[in-house]
Design a protein around this ligand. Structure first.
Ligand code: SAH
Length: 371
Protein backbone atom coordinates (compact mmCIF):
# COMPACT_ATOMS: atom_id res chain seq x y z
CA UNK A 1 0.00 0.00 0.00
CA UNK A 2 1.57 3.35 -1.02
CA UNK A 3 2.14 5.90 1.73
CA UNK A 4 0.34 9.22 1.64
CA UNK A 5 2.57 12.01 0.46
CA UNK A 6 0.07 14.63 -0.58
CA UNK A 7 -3.50 15.68 -0.15
CA UNK A 8 -4.70 13.24 -2.81
CA UNK A 9 -5.32 10.14 -0.74
CA UNK A 10 -7.61 7.53 -2.23
CA UNK A 11 -10.47 5.97 -0.28
CA UNK A 12 -8.40 2.76 0.01
CA UNK A 13 -5.41 4.67 1.40
CA UNK A 14 -7.57 6.46 3.96
CA UNK A 15 -9.06 3.12 5.05
CA UNK A 16 -5.61 1.58 5.25
CA UNK A 17 -4.42 4.28 7.63
CA UNK A 18 -7.55 4.20 9.74
CA UNK A 19 -6.93 0.48 10.30
CA UNK A 20 -3.18 0.86 10.89
CA UNK A 21 -2.10 0.09 14.47
CA UNK A 22 1.67 -0.23 14.20
CA UNK A 23 3.05 2.59 16.42
CA UNK A 24 6.14 3.24 14.28
CA UNK A 25 4.04 3.52 11.11
CA UNK A 26 1.57 5.78 12.88
CA UNK A 27 4.41 8.02 14.03
CA UNK A 28 5.32 8.40 10.35
CA UNK A 29 1.74 9.40 9.54
CA UNK A 30 1.66 11.94 12.38
CA UNK A 31 5.05 13.39 11.38
CA UNK A 32 3.89 13.73 7.78
CA UNK A 33 0.73 15.57 8.87
CA UNK A 34 2.83 17.75 11.19
CA UNK A 35 5.17 18.73 8.34
CA UNK A 36 2.25 19.58 6.08
CA UNK A 37 0.62 21.59 8.89
CA UNK A 38 3.82 23.59 9.28
CA UNK A 39 4.15 24.27 5.55
CA UNK A 40 0.46 25.15 5.05
CA UNK A 41 -0.53 27.07 8.20
CA UNK A 42 2.73 27.56 10.12
CA UNK A 43 3.63 27.15 13.78
CA UNK A 44 0.96 29.45 15.24
CA UNK A 45 -1.61 27.75 17.47
CA UNK A 46 -4.77 29.83 17.41
CA UNK A 47 -6.74 30.23 20.60
CA UNK A 48 -10.50 30.45 20.29
CA UNK A 49 -12.25 31.52 23.49
CA UNK A 50 -15.28 29.27 23.92
CA UNK A 51 -18.39 30.72 25.59
CA UNK A 52 -21.25 28.29 26.14
CA UNK A 53 -24.10 30.79 26.14
CA UNK A 54 -27.10 28.47 26.71
CA UNK A 55 -27.64 24.83 27.62
CA UNK A 56 -31.28 24.74 26.49
CA UNK A 57 -31.93 22.53 23.49
CA UNK A 58 -34.98 21.54 21.46
CA UNK A 59 -33.34 18.51 19.82
CA UNK A 60 -33.23 14.86 20.86
CA UNK A 61 -29.78 13.86 19.64
CA UNK A 62 -29.19 10.35 20.94
CA UNK A 63 -25.58 11.05 21.97
CA UNK A 64 -25.76 14.49 23.58
CA UNK A 65 -26.34 15.30 27.24
CA UNK A 66 -28.04 18.59 26.34
CA UNK A 67 -30.87 16.75 24.52
CA UNK A 68 -34.34 18.04 25.41
CA UNK A 69 -35.24 14.66 26.94
CA UNK A 70 -32.56 14.93 29.65
CA UNK A 71 -34.78 16.36 32.38
CA UNK A 72 -32.08 15.85 35.03
CA UNK A 73 -29.97 18.68 33.60
CA UNK A 74 -30.32 22.15 35.11
CA UNK A 75 -30.47 24.64 32.24
CA UNK A 76 -29.15 28.18 31.99
CA UNK A 77 -28.92 31.17 29.67
CA UNK A 78 -26.06 33.62 29.97
CA UNK A 79 -27.14 37.27 30.01
CA UNK A 80 -26.00 39.66 27.28
CA UNK A 81 -23.77 41.42 29.81
CA UNK A 82 -22.15 38.11 30.85
CA UNK A 83 -21.43 37.39 27.18
CA UNK A 84 -19.98 40.87 26.58
CA UNK A 85 -17.83 40.40 29.68
CA UNK A 86 -16.53 37.08 28.30
CA UNK A 87 -15.67 38.89 25.05
CA UNK A 88 -13.68 41.46 27.04
CA UNK A 89 -11.81 38.59 28.74
CA UNK A 90 -11.03 36.99 25.35
CA UNK A 91 -9.55 40.31 24.22
CA UNK A 92 -7.55 40.67 27.44
CA UNK A 93 -6.08 37.17 27.01
CA UNK A 94 -5.07 38.09 23.45
CA UNK A 95 -7.32 35.47 21.80
CA UNK A 96 -8.11 36.14 18.16
CA UNK A 97 -11.58 34.65 18.16
CA UNK A 98 -14.61 34.19 20.37
CA UNK A 99 -16.89 31.21 19.82
CA UNK A 100 -20.49 31.55 20.98
CA UNK A 101 -21.88 28.06 21.35
CA UNK A 102 -25.22 26.75 22.66
CA UNK A 103 -27.73 23.97 22.48
CA UNK A 104 -30.30 24.55 19.76
CA UNK A 105 -32.24 27.07 21.81
CA UNK A 106 -35.24 28.82 20.22
CA UNK A 107 -35.18 31.39 23.04
CA UNK A 108 -31.95 32.78 21.57
CA UNK A 109 -33.69 35.56 19.63
CA UNK A 110 -32.15 36.14 16.19
CA UNK A 111 -32.12 39.91 16.73
CA UNK A 112 -30.50 39.59 20.19
CA UNK A 113 -27.73 37.39 18.75
CA UNK A 114 -27.25 39.87 15.90
CA UNK A 115 -26.95 42.73 18.42
CA UNK A 116 -24.36 40.80 20.44
CA UNK A 117 -22.32 39.97 17.35
CA UNK A 118 -22.43 43.62 16.26
CA UNK A 119 -21.36 44.76 19.74
CA UNK A 120 -18.38 42.37 19.79
CA UNK A 121 -17.29 43.38 16.28
CA UNK A 122 -17.59 47.07 17.16
CA UNK A 123 -15.90 46.96 20.57
CA UNK A 124 -13.24 44.26 20.25
CA UNK A 125 -10.78 43.04 17.59
CA UNK A 126 -12.20 39.50 17.83
CA UNK A 127 -13.38 37.31 15.01
CA UNK A 128 -16.79 35.88 15.89
CA UNK A 129 -17.67 32.23 15.42
CA UNK A 130 -21.22 31.05 16.05
CA UNK A 131 -22.18 27.47 16.91
CA UNK A 132 -25.88 27.61 17.68
CA UNK A 133 -27.12 24.51 15.86
CA UNK A 134 -29.46 24.29 12.89
CA UNK A 135 -31.17 27.60 12.23
CA UNK A 136 -32.92 29.10 9.20
CA UNK A 137 -31.01 30.64 6.30
CA UNK A 138 -32.64 33.98 7.19
CA UNK A 139 -31.08 33.77 10.65
CA UNK A 140 -27.70 32.75 9.25
CA UNK A 141 -27.91 35.74 6.87
CA UNK A 142 -28.90 38.20 9.62
CA UNK A 143 -25.95 37.13 11.81
CA UNK A 144 -23.54 37.26 8.89
CA UNK A 145 -24.73 40.80 8.12
CA UNK A 146 -24.18 41.69 11.79
CA UNK A 147 -20.54 40.68 11.34
CA UNK A 148 -20.27 36.98 12.27
CA UNK A 149 -17.22 35.50 10.53
CA UNK A 150 -17.56 31.76 11.01
CA UNK A 151 -20.11 29.07 11.83
CA UNK A 152 -19.44 25.66 13.37
CA UNK A 153 -21.88 22.87 12.62
CA UNK A 154 -20.41 19.39 12.79
CA UNK A 155 -22.19 16.95 10.49
CA UNK A 156 -21.41 14.19 13.05
CA UNK A 157 -21.33 11.35 10.48
CA UNK A 158 -21.66 11.20 6.69
CA UNK A 159 -23.59 7.90 6.96
CA UNK A 160 -27.08 9.22 6.16
CA UNK A 161 -28.96 6.38 7.86
CA UNK A 162 -26.84 6.51 11.04
CA UNK A 163 -27.17 10.31 11.08
CA UNK A 164 -30.95 10.19 11.10
CA UNK A 165 -30.99 7.45 13.75
CA UNK A 166 -28.74 9.46 16.08
CA UNK A 167 -29.95 12.93 15.12
CA UNK A 168 -33.71 12.81 14.55
CA UNK A 169 -35.23 15.55 12.38
CA UNK A 170 -37.53 18.02 14.13
CA UNK A 171 -39.77 18.31 11.09
CA UNK A 172 -40.07 15.90 8.16
CA UNK A 173 -37.80 16.75 5.26
CA UNK A 174 -35.69 19.33 7.08
CA UNK A 175 -32.26 19.87 5.50
CA UNK A 176 -29.31 17.88 6.83
CA UNK A 177 -26.20 19.52 8.22
CA UNK A 178 -24.17 18.97 5.06
CA UNK A 179 -26.76 21.02 3.15
CA UNK A 180 -26.63 23.74 5.81
CA UNK A 181 -22.82 23.88 5.61
CA UNK A 182 -23.13 24.56 1.87
CA UNK A 183 -25.64 27.35 2.60
CA UNK A 184 -23.30 28.86 5.21
CA UNK A 185 -20.44 28.90 2.72
CA UNK A 186 -22.66 30.64 0.17
CA UNK A 187 -23.43 33.32 2.74
CA UNK A 188 -19.70 34.00 3.06
CA UNK A 189 -19.07 32.32 6.41
CA UNK A 190 -15.96 30.30 7.04
CA UNK A 191 -17.69 26.97 7.57
CA UNK A 192 -16.72 24.38 10.15
CA UNK A 193 -17.86 20.77 10.06
CA UNK A 194 -16.63 17.73 11.88
CA UNK A 195 -17.49 14.38 13.37
CA UNK A 196 -17.35 12.29 16.51
CA UNK A 197 -14.96 9.36 16.22
CA UNK A 198 -16.21 6.04 17.59
CA UNK A 199 -19.95 6.67 17.51
CA UNK A 200 -21.71 3.33 18.03
CA UNK A 201 -22.63 2.17 14.53
CA UNK A 202 -19.78 4.08 12.86
CA UNK A 203 -17.77 1.84 10.52
CA UNK A 204 -14.25 2.35 9.17
CA UNK A 205 -15.84 2.76 5.74
CA UNK A 206 -18.08 5.55 6.94
CA UNK A 207 -15.26 7.34 8.82
CA UNK A 208 -13.21 7.21 5.58
CA UNK A 209 -16.19 8.79 3.81
CA UNK A 210 -16.39 11.46 6.53
CA UNK A 211 -12.80 12.39 5.72
CA UNK A 212 -13.56 12.53 2.00
CA UNK A 213 -16.58 14.70 2.77
CA UNK A 214 -14.31 17.23 4.56
CA UNK A 215 -12.35 17.57 1.36
CA UNK A 216 -15.40 17.60 -0.91
CA UNK A 217 -17.02 20.40 1.11
CA UNK A 218 -13.70 22.26 1.20
CA UNK A 219 -14.30 23.00 4.89
CA UNK A 220 -12.50 25.90 6.54
CA UNK A 221 -12.58 24.28 10.00
CA UNK A 222 -12.87 20.63 11.01
CA UNK A 223 -13.65 19.57 14.59
CA UNK A 224 -12.75 15.95 15.35
CA UNK A 225 -13.22 14.47 18.81
CA UNK A 226 -13.94 11.11 20.40
CA UNK A 227 -17.52 10.09 21.14
CA UNK A 228 -17.91 9.94 24.94
CA UNK A 229 -20.90 8.02 26.32
CA UNK A 230 -23.33 10.09 28.40
CA UNK A 231 -25.41 7.81 30.64
CA UNK A 232 -28.49 10.08 30.42
CA UNK A 233 -28.76 9.52 26.64
CA UNK A 234 -30.20 6.54 24.69
CA UNK A 235 -26.84 5.93 22.99
CA UNK A 236 -24.79 6.28 26.17
CA UNK A 237 -27.09 4.13 28.32
CA UNK A 238 -27.02 1.35 25.71
CA UNK A 239 -30.79 1.41 25.16
CA UNK A 240 -30.08 2.35 21.53
CA UNK A 241 -27.58 0.09 19.75
CA UNK A 242 -27.14 0.76 16.03
CA UNK A 243 -26.37 -2.61 14.40
CA UNK A 244 -22.79 -3.16 13.23
CA UNK A 245 -20.32 -6.07 12.95
CA UNK A 246 -17.76 -5.76 15.78
CA UNK A 247 -14.82 -5.80 13.33
CA UNK A 248 -16.32 -2.81 11.51
CA UNK A 249 -16.92 -0.64 14.60
CA UNK A 250 -14.52 2.31 14.92
CA UNK A 251 -13.23 2.55 18.52
CA UNK A 252 -13.52 5.88 20.37
CA UNK A 253 -9.83 5.97 21.26
CA UNK A 254 -7.18 8.65 21.38
CA UNK A 255 -5.21 6.91 18.66
CA UNK A 256 -8.24 6.79 16.31
CA UNK A 257 -8.86 10.49 16.88
CA UNK A 258 -5.22 11.36 16.17
CA UNK A 259 -5.24 9.27 12.99
CA UNK A 260 -8.41 11.06 11.85
CA UNK A 261 -6.90 14.48 12.63
CA UNK A 262 -3.72 13.61 10.73
CA UNK A 263 -5.67 12.38 7.69
CA UNK A 264 -7.88 15.50 7.78
CA UNK A 265 -4.71 17.61 7.64
CA UNK A 266 -3.38 15.61 4.68
CA UNK A 267 -6.69 15.99 2.85
CA UNK A 268 -7.37 19.63 3.77
CA UNK A 269 -3.95 21.28 4.23
CA UNK A 270 -5.31 24.83 4.74
CA UNK A 271 -8.07 24.04 7.24
CA UNK A 272 -8.10 25.07 10.87
CA UNK A 273 -8.13 21.90 12.97
CA UNK A 274 -8.69 22.07 16.74
CA UNK A 275 -7.16 19.77 19.33
CA UNK A 276 -10.54 19.20 20.98
CA UNK A 277 -11.57 19.33 24.62
CA UNK A 278 -13.21 15.91 24.17
CA UNK A 279 -9.77 14.48 23.31
CA UNK A 280 -8.31 16.19 26.39
CA UNK A 281 -11.10 14.51 28.36
CA UNK A 282 -9.79 11.08 27.29
CA UNK A 283 -6.20 12.05 28.13
CA UNK A 284 -5.83 15.15 30.25
CA UNK A 285 -2.03 15.10 30.35
CA UNK A 286 -1.32 14.84 26.65
CA UNK A 287 -4.49 14.61 24.51
CA UNK A 288 -4.23 18.14 23.13
CA UNK A 289 -0.47 17.93 22.61
CA UNK A 290 -0.73 14.69 20.66
CA UNK A 291 -3.34 16.20 18.32
CA UNK A 292 -1.26 19.38 17.92
CA UNK A 293 1.68 17.18 16.92
CA UNK A 294 -0.47 15.24 14.42
CA UNK A 295 -1.82 18.10 12.30
CA UNK A 296 -3.97 20.27 14.62
CA UNK A 297 -3.37 24.03 14.92
CA UNK A 298 -6.17 25.38 17.15
CA UNK A 299 -7.18 25.07 20.82
CA UNK A 300 -10.37 26.31 22.45
CA UNK A 301 -9.89 27.60 26.01
CA UNK A 302 -13.14 27.76 27.94
CA UNK A 303 -14.41 31.24 28.88
CA UNK A 304 -17.82 30.19 30.17
CA UNK A 305 -18.36 31.58 33.69
CA UNK A 306 -17.51 28.86 36.25
CA UNK A 307 -21.05 28.79 37.64
CA UNK A 308 -22.39 27.54 34.29
CA UNK A 309 -19.53 25.36 33.07
CA UNK A 310 -20.50 22.09 34.69
CA UNK A 311 -24.08 22.56 33.45
CA UNK A 312 -23.03 22.53 29.79
CA UNK A 313 -22.65 18.79 29.97
CA UNK A 314 -22.69 17.43 26.43
CA UNK A 315 -20.70 14.47 27.81
CA UNK A 316 -19.56 13.66 31.36
CA UNK A 317 -16.14 14.30 32.89
CA UNK A 318 -15.31 17.20 30.54
CA UNK A 319 -11.73 18.42 30.88
CA UNK A 320 -11.03 21.91 32.26
CA UNK A 321 -14.46 22.35 33.90
CA UNK A 322 -12.97 23.19 37.28
CA UNK A 323 -10.29 25.59 36.04
CA UNK A 324 -10.54 29.37 35.92
CA UNK A 325 -10.12 31.11 32.58
CA UNK A 326 -6.70 32.33 33.77
CA UNK A 327 -5.52 28.82 34.68
CA UNK A 328 -6.82 27.44 31.38
CA UNK A 329 -4.98 30.15 29.47
CA UNK A 330 -1.66 29.55 31.24
CA UNK A 331 -1.90 25.77 30.91
CA UNK A 332 -2.57 25.97 27.16
CA UNK A 333 0.20 28.52 26.57
CA UNK A 334 2.60 26.19 28.41
CA UNK A 335 1.56 23.24 26.24
CA UNK A 336 1.97 25.32 23.06
CA UNK A 337 5.47 26.49 24.07
CA UNK A 338 6.55 22.99 25.06
CA UNK A 339 5.92 21.95 21.46
CA UNK A 340 8.15 24.76 20.16
CA UNK A 341 5.10 26.57 18.77
CA UNK A 342 3.62 29.98 19.59
CA UNK A 343 0.16 31.38 20.33
CA UNK A 344 -1.31 33.12 17.30
CA UNK A 345 -2.09 36.82 17.67
CA UNK A 346 -4.17 37.25 14.52
CA UNK A 347 -7.75 36.05 14.12
CA UNK A 348 -6.32 32.96 12.43
CA UNK A 349 -8.64 32.66 9.48
CA UNK A 350 -8.29 29.74 7.09
CA UNK A 351 -4.86 29.24 5.58
CA UNK A 352 -3.32 32.28 7.31
CA UNK A 353 0.43 32.07 7.92
CA UNK A 354 1.58 34.07 10.91
CA UNK A 355 5.20 34.99 11.60
CA UNK A 356 6.59 33.99 15.02
CA UNK A 357 6.56 36.74 17.67
CA UNK A 358 9.55 39.11 17.86
CA UNK A 359 12.63 37.88 19.72
CA UNK A 360 12.52 37.90 23.51
CA UNK A 361 13.67 40.89 25.61
CA UNK A 362 17.17 39.42 26.03
CA UNK A 363 17.95 40.26 22.40
CA UNK A 364 16.58 43.80 22.49
CA UNK A 365 19.89 45.64 23.19
CA UNK A 366 21.20 44.35 19.88
CA UNK A 367 18.25 45.93 18.11
CA UNK A 368 19.00 49.25 19.90
CA UNK A 369 22.66 49.11 18.90
CA UNK A 370 21.63 48.68 15.31
CA UNK A 371 19.63 51.87 15.65
N1 SAH B 1 -25.98 22.79 19.42
C1 SAH B 1 -24.73 22.95 18.71
C2 SAH B 1 -23.54 22.69 19.60
C3 SAH B 1 -23.53 21.29 20.11
S1 SAH B 1 -22.21 20.76 21.08
C4 SAH B 1 -24.74 22.01 17.55
O1 SAH B 1 -25.57 21.08 17.57
O2 SAH B 1 -23.98 22.18 16.61
C5 SAH B 1 -20.93 20.62 19.89
C6 SAH B 1 -20.54 19.21 19.48
O3 SAH B 1 -20.34 18.36 20.60
C7 SAH B 1 -21.54 18.44 18.65
O4 SAH B 1 -21.57 18.86 17.32
C8 SAH B 1 -21.05 17.01 18.80
O5 SAH B 1 -20.15 16.65 17.75
C9 SAH B 1 -20.28 17.04 20.13
N2 SAH B 1 -20.90 16.10 21.09
C10 SAH B 1 -22.19 16.00 21.45
N3 SAH B 1 -22.36 14.95 22.27
C11 SAH B 1 -21.15 14.36 22.43
C12 SAH B 1 -20.68 13.21 23.13
N4 SAH B 1 -21.50 12.44 23.86
N5 SAH B 1 -19.36 12.90 23.05
C13 SAH B 1 -18.51 13.68 22.33
N6 SAH B 1 -18.90 14.77 21.64
C14 SAH B 1 -20.21 15.10 21.68
Amino acid sequence: MPEPISSSLTHAEILFWLRETNPARLDELFARADRLRRAAVGDAVHLRGLVEISSHCRRQCMYCGLRAGNSALRRYHMTAEEIRSAARSATRFGYGTIVLQAGEDPALEPSAIAALVAWIKHNTPLAVTLSLGERSCDEFRLWRQAGADRYLLRFETSDAALYRTLHPALTPGEPGRIELLLALKQLGYEAGGGVMVGLPGQSYESLASDLETFRLLDLDMIGIGPYIAHPATPLGSGSLRPPIAPAEQVPATESMVCKTVALARLLCPQANLPATTALATLDRASGRKLALAAGANVVMPNLTPPAYRSLYQIYPGKACVEETAEACNLCLLGQIRSLGRFAGRSSGSRGSLEAPPPLSTSSQPLVELQG
